[in-house]
Design a protein around this ligand. Structure first.
Ligand code: SAH
Length: 340
């Protein structure tokens, strides 16, 4: 009997070709998410005809998309030609507790897609591609497009929901009476913290058009303990907090802009307060690290960056904080600063 042969690993050229073509997966996932295919498969396998009827898609062409998605373990096809989601594909459902539907929709949307198309110019100039492609910064662009802004904030809310359990395990908020969430989006993070700490009060601070929605807080049991404040963090942040949360905020900006926001937090924080920046800390080594890709996304979208521990330390010192601890909390770390 012939000895069992290990499957031949792809040649370097084939591996490179797969990397080069990987953009196709992003766009196919975008279409699947936009059409809500995983939602339509929530109750089990369905035929192409049924999926086409429900989405208004051209049936024979939809079948080609579905077939391609079986090759990346998103869907399976049975002998009757019906398609079903895999555990991976289930995350594209809107109602999944760890839904990535909004992320898939947003990433293939021209909002991110077209900006990334101009990555080379960002690398050559150091300037964000988005503003060059669209003629204005991305948060200004979102402010005029409510449907896209809703998808953006749903994406961020999805991240917050999946971060919360790790964050609540990693960090004890018990000492904090008034927690200010700077750039808190729809309020998912603050809601989760206030639900856990019934004596704490919160302030959700974001751009006025974002706070006007606050859809994660309105009508909830914690709404009475949470103030909603609209404003511009480059001008001021609400004063008198003993914890200033900035989740996925500092990485949006270059050092000058980030410093302005941190200095406003320094001006507002009570003497024994804590600055709590929640984001990735880039590994200094050559180790693979998703933050090294998120870093390019921040560059392209708004000239921001992911930072190493040393870079955070320097930023904190310049803003009047001492970097006290870096506490891993799942996908992000709590980068704790003490006012000095
Ligand atoms: N902290 C949230 C949202 C992060 S996305 C989370 O982790 O889910 C960045 C947030 O910064 C958005 O909600 C955006 O509206 C807000 N933002 C952008 N510019 C701002 C400004 N000038 N003042 C206040 N908030 C701003």
């Amino acid at each position: 009997m012939a000895p069992e042969q290990a499957p031949a690993s792809p040649s370097p050229a084939a591996s490179l070709a797969a990397l080069i073509w990987s953009f196709r997966v992003t766009q196919a996932l975008h279409v699947a998410a936009t059409l809500g295919l995983a939602d339509l498969l929530a109750d089990g396998p369905r035929s192409v005809a049924a999926l086409a009827a429900a989405t208004g898609a051209h049936a024979p062409t939809l079948r080609r998309l579905l077939r391609a998605l079986t090759t990346v373990a998103l869907l399976t096809e049975d002998e009757q030609g019906c398609f079903a989601t895999t555990p991976l594909g289930d995350h594209l459902r809107a109602d999944h507790p760890r839904s990535l539907r909004a992320l898939a929709t947003l990433t293939g949307d021209p909002f991110i897609w077209a900006a990334w198309g101009d990555l080379c110019r960002s690398i050559l100039t150091g300037a964000p591609a988005f503003a060059r492609v669209y003629g204005e910064p991305d948060f200004d662009y979102l402010a005029k497009r409510p449907a896209l802004a809703a998808t953006f904030h749903a994406t961020m809310t999805g991240f917050s929901r999946s971060t919360l359990p790790d964050l609540l395990t990693a960090y004890d908020f018990a000492g904090h009476a008034r927690i200010v969430d700077v750039g808190g989006g729809q309020g998912a993070l603050l809601r989760g913290i206030l639900e856990r700490y019934p004596r704490a009060a919160g302030v959700l601070f974001d751009l006025p058009f974002v706070v006007a929605e606050a859809r994660e807080l309105r009508g909830t049991a914690v709404a009475g303990r949470c103030e909603l404040v609209g404003g511009d963090m480059f001008r001021a942040v609400p004063a008198g907090g003993d914890a200033y949360l900035l989740k996925l905020i500092v990485h949006d900006w270059d050092d000058d802009a980030a410093l302005r926001v941190l200095r406003h937090c320094r001006a507002g924080i009570v003497a024994r307060g804590r600055l709590l920046v929640l984001e990735a800390v880039v590994a200094p080594s050559n180790a693979p690290d998703p933050a090294k890709w998120a870093d390019l996304n921040m560059l392209v979208m708004r000239g921001g960056r992911e930072r190493t521990a040393d870079e955070f330390r320097a930023l904190y010192t310049a803003a009047g904080f001492r970097l006290a601890r870096i506490i891993p909390a799942g996908a992000v770390s709590v980068i704790e600063g003490i006012p000095v």
